[in-house]
Design a protein around this ligand. Structure first.
Ligand code: AMP
Length: 509
């Protein structure tokens, strides 16, 4: 806009500016005091006082002192002075051909001064552990630091819930309260030694006592008695970890605060205490330009404020860094509006589907089927720790293969695979698939019996390590693929199959 235009439209520009500010900030602690969430400009002039620096000084000091503006904390008492066990680490920066250093988004964020300013105030681990580029060493050290300060830990944070599950498995290795020999990262060794101050036999006894219990139910709350919640993404494919987390945490509140991607921040959960299945993300209008393509209707692209309640869309991102109308690959459903911006439920990744005939089974169909199978597994004391699936067309007819990693609920329990239970799991999954699947399955030459291939414990961790070391994936952002047809992944899985089960009947139509 040139000077002529700017000066001739001053009134309109000012009006729009105020609208924008109110829309974005109406729910801040400060404005809520006067406007109670309203974005009305008249009310703004009537209710919001004219102020000087002294009036806002307490707020500025809170920001300067590193108080997170996270809405979550208003919902819990006694967390302000506690520490967070945050499972964060980094990937080494690498330079692309042009010499520009690149890093995954979480690594870039951790490197900022903004992050460093508050991390040391609220996290149990020193920055060196967060900056560690070795996933295993960093998880180990995060746990040690949090165990030494066990009374002070008030919450756990991990970008994705899968990391918390991975960390629980690590607990099995921590018995001495000392730095194990295999922590070779200099930053970790030096900084954690300061916190540990030598072998701590009393702590070792407590951990030994807890970890030697037959059942690991509630292990998180047993080790950290003052913990109030676990903060992590638990929607979409990550929802598979909810039952495991609930088991280990004695059903602590699981809080999924945000929805974001490497390209942009998309939305926040303004109702953090809601049940996992009710989570919707309110979209921020000020991070990127967002458009929405209606599912099944390639011609219909609408702006953020024009989406319709109940409809499903794929989100397209135009950001400040030169990405224009980019398909994120996520399908979202509009559940409501929060003032003007819409709220979305995460439905599924668009390309995560399996199909062996003319049916299509989507990520959310798969998740629903697994939830049904999980109820059957429960009855035999088993937990589903990881899975992926594959459209197997090497057989005629083709059929669905599910690779499952199972764990006995009792710590030293051996996974006993009852044929009856496993076959039932195959059958209940088939029953939950859509009518097209069930129809074709009933025609014997169209879709064959669903198969579960049980893999050794640790297989999915191994797969993650493989993606990190070979594919450059970042541990903090890693997500096990819901389905795969990668020969490399399938070979890793096949090598570790210990048992195979098939459904023994066709599902009702
Ligand atoms: P990345 O760019 O590797 O961080 O991955 C971004 C992707 O992670 C998104 O496009 C989503 O598929 C997924 N994701 C991020 N946040 C959430 C969330 N809150 N719920 C479900 N999936 C999410």
């Amino acid at each position: 806009m040139d000077l002529e235009e700017l000066t001739s439209k001053a009134k309109q520009i000012q009006e729009e500016m105020l609208e924008e500010i109110l829309r974005v900030n109406a729910n801040t602690e400060y404005l809520r005091r006067f406007l109670h969430g309203s974005t009305d400009k008249e009310l703004f002039k009537k209710n919001v006082p004219v102020i000087t620096y002294e009036d806002v000084k307490p707020y500025i000091e809170r920001v300067a002192n590193g108080e997170p503006s996270n809405r979550t904390f208003r919902h819990f008492k006694g967390v302000e002075d506690g520490k967070v066990l945050a499972f964060l680490n980094t990937r080494p920066l690498y330079k692309i051909l042009s010499g520009i250093p690149v890093a995954p988004v979480i690594t870039s964020f951790i490197m900022t001064d903004y992050f460093k300013n508050w991390s040391s105030k609220c996290y149990a681990s020193p920055d060196q552990v967060i900056l560690c580029t070795d996933n295993n060493q960093s998880i180990y050290c995060h746990l040690l630091c949090a165990l030494v300060q066990r009374e002070e830990i008030v919450s756990i944070f991990a970008p994705f819930a899968s990391t918390v599950i991975q960390a629980i498995k690590f607990l099995e290795n921590i018995r001495s309260g000392d730095l194990s020999e295999w922590i070779t990262d200099r930053g970790c060794r030096d900084s954690v030694s300061v916190i540990l101050r030598g072998p701590n036999l009393e702590l070792a006894d407590v951990i030994e006592h807890e970890c030697s219990q037959k059942s690991w139910e509630g292990m998180i709350t047993r080790l950290w008695p003052n913990i109030k919640f676990v903060q992590s993404i638990i929607t979409g494919q990550i929802s598979q970890y909810i039952p495991i987390l609930e088991y280990y945490s004695n059903k602590l509140p699981l809080i999924s605060v945000g929805y974001s991607s490497s390209e942009t921040l998309l939305g926040v959960n303004v109702n953090p205490l809601c049940k996992p299945q009710d989570i919707s993300y309110t979209f921020s209008p000020n991070m990127s330009y967002l458009e929405f393509q209606e599912e099944g209707n390639n011609d219909e692209i609408v702006d953020l404020v024009n989406v319709k309640i109940g409809c499903s869309y794929e989100v397209l991102v135009t950001n400040h860094f030169g990405i224009y109308r980019y398909r994120l690959g996520d399908i979202l459903q509009v559940t409501g509006f929060y003032n003007t911006p819409p709220q979305f439920r995460f439905v599924r990744r668009k390309n995560m589907v399996i199909s062996v005939f003319m049916e299509v089974t989507t990520e959310d169909d798969i998740m629903k089927a697994l939830n049904r199978a999980r109820v059957v597994l429960e009855s035999s004391g088993l937990m589903l720790m990881g899975f992926t699936c594959y459209s197997d067309i090497s057989t005629i007819p083709g059929h669905y293969d599910f690779y499952w990693e199972l764990k006995a609920k009792n710590f030293e329990g051996i996974v006993k695979l009852g044929n009856k239970v496993m076959v039932k799991c195959c059958c209940v999954m088939e029953e939950s698939f859509n009518a097209l699947y069930r129809g074709f399955r009933n025609k014997n030459d169209s879709i064959g019996a669903l198969e579960i291939r049980v893999v050794q414990e640790g297989t999915f961790d191994y797969l993650m390590e493989h993606f990190i070391s070979e594919g450059g994936a970042s541990a903090s952002q890693y997500k096990t693929p819901i389905c795969t047809n990668s020969p490399e992944v399938l070979a890793i899985l096949e090598d570790r199959v210990v048992a195979r089960f098939f459904s023994d009947k066709t599902p009702p139509l």
